[in-house]
Design a protein around this ligand. Sequence first.
Ligand SMILES: Cc1cc2nc3c(=O)[nH]c(=O)nc-3n(C[C@H](O)[C@H](O)[C@H](O)COP(=O)(O)OP(=O)(O)OC[C@H]3O[C@@H](n4cnc5c(N)ncnc54)[C@H](O)[C@@H]3O)c2cc1C
Ligand code: SF4
Length: 375
Amino acid sequence: MPSESILIIGGGPAGLEAARGVADLGYQAILVEKRDRLGGTPDSANYAALTHGMRDASEVMGEMAAAVRGNPLVEVRLNTTVTAYSGAAGDFRVTLESDGTQKVVEAGAIIVATGFDHFDPGRATQQYGYYEYDDVLTLTDAEAMLKEKKFVKPSDGKVPERVCFIQCVGSRDRQIGNEYCSKVCCGIASKQAIEIRQLLPQCRVFIFYIDMRMYGYWENEIYWPAQEKYKVQYIKGVISEIVKKGDRLMIRGEDTTMNRPMEVAMDIVILSVGMEPSKGTKEIARILGLAQNKYGFIEPPQGSLDTVSTSVEGVFVAGAAAGPKDLDDTMGMAGAAAMKAAGLVRRKMSLRSSPPHPALSPAGGEDKGEGVLDG
Ligand SMILES: Cc1cc2nc3c(=O)[nH]c(=O)nc-3n(C[C@H](O)[C@H](O)[C@H](O)COP(=O)(O)OP(=O)(O)OC[C@H]3O[C@@H](n4cnc5c(N)ncnc54)[C@H](O)[C@@H]3O)c2cc1C
Ligand code: SF4
């Protein structure tokens, strides 16, 4: 029996926006989140300010969560994951597990919004001493410090005089198998560089990059102000080693514009780690049997401009589960997934309620019934 409900897996920006969209279209959404809170990675990783507008991340995610929590058409289930499913488009039966208890729910369509994990810099061949030196951080560590408005050297609590970012850590790297660009880290490093300069005007900030990749508003709203207004210094270069010298970190590598070796002292080094599919994304892809690309992101049908369908009819994908995305891309995709899922459910429901086609009715000589049309 076709169901009018749409199951959304993941309560981050993509899942929240998809749930809101589904409810706006008049359908029932069941939003499943494995954590005990909504808000996704911006919430769990304590992001500071979010572009556009540099508003506090907790505030932005809190507003998005409130919009679904107060909606009678959205049922939120926290501490819940999906363990199995059966059925087909229009008529899925999905097993949800919460605190060891299993429950089967019916859904006409499913939207996967299970997001990303940050690349672990300890895994790379170039380790940059992340687990060795207290003053080597990741973008995520820096976000949490900026959120507290207290940006100091973790090793001794002193205010840093020189901070640098190293770009493309865990992305565009054939050796570790992540050849793709994570899309957001150039913009986020530039955003954090601005926040550091605002907080500590005396601190010099450098960004070492292979090439800067900005798109859309990131170029005008973040990249140019970082250089022109906040005097962040961008240096095209490859950093091969970080060593401790006294109470500072010595950065060694090559300035590729000048074609000469460089060695500079820093107080804090921030590794611009990329995005990888979350463990939850890989797990859900396995349970639902969804095609993934070689990195584990959920793959839309090849050669199609449909970015939200998957290899399984009736299962859609939104946000970073399908590849590195900023919030703009995530929101757009979530809206499209909500619309496609609602459209599919509407079609399946109307097939059920409309009388069978004469050619397929028993009187028409074919004893096939409406199930043929559903297939
Ligand atoms: C350091 C950093 C700063 C950033 N700052 C910005 C910014 O300023 N502006 C911007 O546009 N973008 C920014 N981004 C990108 C932004 O974080 C992503 O675009 C956004 O989080 C993607 O949302 P999502 O919902 O797809 O994934 P996520 O935020 O990862 O949410 C996925 C959710 O799914 C849940 N989940 C996972 N698996 C399961 C499962 N099996 N069952 C149930 N639930 C599950 C997770 O617990 C999580 O709540 C930043 C990224 C980084 C790394
Ligand atoms: S966005 Fe920038 S830092 Fe991130 S992988 Fe792409 S080029 Fe490298």
